[in-house]
Design a protein around this ligand. Structure first.
Ligand SMILES: Cc1ncc(COP(=O)(O)O)c(C=O)c1O
Length: 384
């Protein structure tokens, strides 16, 4: 078996026997083990009832975050779990005020739309939103982006991998610049976690947010928030609930007395079934190791790129391996219809306006599947 042959993992992902599953940037395949864990949730609820809260459910956010810590390259007990990225970002934003001279939120126009929608809403609290226009739909102009961050900047939300092009951004350079002028970076690692190695603690990342639906194969409802440990104790989120209280079962009213991190960033009751659902994917990604997944991913994305280039398709993804995440975005005439045709023929991909067809192989895909997908694509493009 080749060093990076991870095909034995295919048996753990039932969907790969039914179609050519190339959409892990959107919804990663469900591990077989997830059904066992969800059964365990149901059995616990059914047999233990309310006692389950004190037999693991109350701490499930911290425990689940700890499973994820090695994947993100952060210390244990620094991740809290939330419903999704939007909620996690809102909790971060609620730690800051925007009515003084440092009121700017600087971001690229290539960010995922939720980031725009959420931070736009903070204008009512005094925030000034600065969009840094990208030169094209592929990547940021790094220098222009760095120049936009100054002493007036409070927050810099930035995706580590851009959702439309899969370009990897230079997060370290942005964090360094932000720190030089006293700003904080919220790194959205959703399109990277589980396929691109990262060392968030080493990079001195202030905040990181993401979800589990994509490369982590963890299903919906398991968003996460990492907060730099030396920063966490100083922050006081206003978007909090009783699970963030130091003694939640005192049911004290009035102002909150914050728990230590990561619980101080919690809102209310943990999203227990989603956290059972997320566990299997985290375990598998951590067991294989992101560097091995990355090596495999690059071999497969390169294969797509070579086939696409020789067919003359337009590639809206960086061609240099060092700049590309786990997906390839390619454009062909009438791409939306072609994407539908691929799906009808069992090649599961997606289409994004202004980008094209997104193909995302993961560790459970094979070269033969890439060749099959590209053969069908070529038939559809040539009208056969
Ligand atoms: C980079 C990125 N950020 C955020 C989101 C949305 O996250 P959520 O639905 O968890 O708020 C997505 C979803 O595709 C994404 O790709």
């Amino acid at each position: 078996m080749a060093v990076n042959d991870l095909s034995s993992w295919r048996a753990e992902f039932p969907i790969v026997d039914t179609c050519t599953y190339l959409v892990s940037h959107s919804l990663g395949a469900m591990p077989r083990r997830t059904a066992t864990y969800l059964q365990e949730f149901a059995a616990t609820w059914s047999s233990r009832g309310v006692r389950a809260w004190h037999e693991g459910w109350w701490e499930i956010g911290r425990d689940t975050g700890n499973l994820l810590a090695p994947v993100l390259g952060v210390a244990p007990n620094s991740i809290s779990m939330h419903q999704n990225v939007t909620v996690a970002q809102a909790i971060v934003a609620s730690c800051f005020s925007f009515d003084g001279p440092r009121r700017r939120i600087v971001m690229s126009d290539l960010e995922f739309p939720s980031n725009h929608y959420l931070f736009e809403g903070f204008r009512r609290y005094g925030a000034e939103i600065v969009y840094v226009p990208a030169p094209d739909a592929m990547r940021l102009d790094l220098q222009q982006f760095l120049d936009a961050i100054d002493e007036r900047t409070a927050l810099v939300p930035l995706s580590l991998v851009l959702f439309k092009s899969a370009a990897i951004t230079d997060a370290r350079a942005v964090i360094e610049k932000a720190h030089r002028v006293g700003a904080h970076v919220i790194l959205d690692v959703y399109q990277a976690a589980g396929t691109v190695p990262m060392a968030l603690a080493e990079w001195k990342t202030d905040f990181a947010v993401g979800g589990s639906v994509k490369w982590l194969c963890g299903g919906p409802g398991a968003g996460y928030l990492y907060v730099r440990p030396d920063l966490a104790g100083r922050l006081q989120p206003s978007l909090v609930g009783w699970a963030a209280h130091a003694s939640p079962f005192d049911f004290a009213t009035g102002p909150i007395r914050y728990a230590a991190s990561p619980e101080r960033f919690q809102s209310g009751t943990p999203n227990v079934p989603s956290l059972y659902s997320a566990r299997a994917g985290y375990e598998i990604v951590a067991e294989i190791g992101v560097p091995a997944i990355r090596e495999r991913s690059l071999a497969l994305t390169r294969r797509i790129i070579d086939r696409a280039a020789s067919a003359g398709y337009r590639l809206n993804t960086p061609l240099d391996d060092r700049e590309r995440g786990g997906s390839v975005i390619l454009d062909v005439p009438d791409a939306s219809t072609v994407a539908d045709g691929l799906i009808q023929r069992g090649v599961i991909v997606d289409y994004r306006p202004g980008a094209g067809i997104r193909m995302a192989p993961h560790f459970y895909n094979t070269e033969a599947e890439i060749d099959h997908a590209m053969d069908i694509l070529s038939e559809l493009v040539s009208g056969r």
